[in-house]
Design a protein around this ligand. Structure first.
Ligand code: NAD
Ligand code: DAU
Length: 337
């Protein structure tokens, strides 16, 4: 099978590429990535001879057409996106372009080349948020779409388009909506890697608001195994929620990281809250567990330890990132916060 992975130089996409090579060595993997600030070719360096890499924007009609003609994918897995909520608050437009128009462009080519199987990697953020004081409430696949940020609105728009291509054109599609991932190759603008990098440098650990917001954490390899099951065994037209049942307050995660790195909690600095900050995400993933037999393999304590160990062992990877343009980003986002 020829598997076309967009966004394969990013966090989850690259982990998925590694997962594919390990578990389906007979398949051919084609990676399409524009290499934005979030894409890192060094992540794929050890496996460059085992994959096809195309530096292409998913919005580029001509180039995506060439990629489909040359590499004849059997399945497209669309990870490519602008993915950071804070950046979407600063500059929404690129989110609309990549996350919506890019999705449409990929599906148009799936249609053109014979109704190729298409999987959309979506997010639990399309469901909005849940109250902090109702632990009984979880997002199911039936929860109405109700978004908060330009990022989540762009992802929800893409999901609606995917549904429209199913109903109107009969394109064989699936959608997965996953909770917060963590693990190797996570870009250090996101909570866990940012806190690890700052703590190691004895820099302040900027917690938004009171740190009481809750996220439902899933080790990235478990997200990859779920998507792999969906593209091979999932039912066309279905949405699958993916989550780890690991609801944790942000402040508790930051404290755990301090403890693991033997750093004082006095580094924790409460800063101005994110605009429109979603309070709590919590996923009910019973459908994919029941219908496809998926279960997450990594508990949060194991996963967090593996992640901290990975960042300690791979300083070159992230120090290179935070030494460049990231400095300007950090100053702009956190300088006067
Ligand atoms: P990321 O920001 O780490 O990586 C995104 C990748 O897409 C980068 O390699 C980037 O270069 C590439 N890209 C961006 N714009 C592109 C374009 N126009 N054309 C081609 N490539 C482009 O993101 P991530 O955290 O790995 O997320 C991957 C996907 O999973 C996204 O669709 C995101 O919405 C979804 N998701 C993420 C999480 C999470 O916790 N990170 C959870 C659920 C769903
Ligand atoms: O739920 C899935 C989503 O998870 C994905 O769709 C997004 O692509 C992904 O980025 C992630 O979104 P979040 O906004 O939840 O992740 P982030 O790591 O940016 O923030 C996690 C929580 O930590 C959130 O409540 C904001 C808070 N936070 C974040 C940063 C970067 C802080 O308190 N301080 C920080 O410096």
């Amino acid at each position: 099978m020829n598997v076309l992975v967009t966004g394969g130089a990013g966090f989850i996409g690259s982990n998925f590429v590694y997962y594919q090579l390990k578990n389906h060595p007979e398949d051919k993997v084609i990676v399409v990535d524009k290499l934005t600030y979030a894409g890192n070719l060094s992540t794929l360096k050890p496996i460059m001879d085992k994959i096809v890499f195309e530096k292409v924007d998913i919005c580029d009609e001509k180039e995506i057409d060439r990629v489909f003609r040359e590499h004849k994918p059997d399945v497209v897995v669309n990870f490519a996106a602008e993915s950071h909520v804070d950046r979407s608050i600063e500059n929404p437009n690129v989110f609309l372009e990549t996350n919506i128009m890019g999705t449409a462009n990929m599906m148009n080519h799936c249609r053109k080349y014979g109704d190729i199987r298409y999987h959309q990697v979506s997010t639990d953020e399309v469901y909005g948020d849940l109250p902090l004081d109702r632990p009984d409430l979880l997002f199911t696949e039936e929860t109405p779409i109700h978004t908060s940020s330009p990022y989540s609105a762009s992802k929800a728009s893409a999901d609606l388009l995917v549904g429209a291509y199913l109903r109107t054109f009969g394109l064989p599609v699936t959608i997965s909506r996953c909770s917060n991932n963590y693990g190797p190759y996570h870009f250090p603008e996101k909570l866990i890697p940012l806190m690890i990098a700052n703590a190691l440098a004895d820099k302040p650990l900027p917690v938004y608001g009171k740190g009481e917001n809750v996220r439902d954490w899933l080790y990235v390899e478990d997200h990859c195994s779920a998507i792999d099951l969906i593209i091979r065994k999932g039912k066309i037209g279905e949405v699958y929620n993916i989550g780890g049942n690991n609801e944790i307050h942000n402040i508790d995660i930051v404290k755990m990281i301090c403890e693991k790195l033997d750093k004082p909690e006095s580094l924790i600095t409460y800063v101005t809250d994110r605009k429109g900050h979603d309070l709590r995400y919590a996923i009910d993933s019973s459908k994919i567990q029941r219908e496809l037999g998926w279960t997450p393999a990594t508990t949060f304590p194991e996963g967090l330890q593996k992640t901290v160990d990975w960042y300690l062992a791979n300083k070159d990877w992230w120090e290179e990132i935070i030494s460049g343009e990231y400095q300007n980003y950090y100053e702009k986002m956190y300088g006067n916060r």
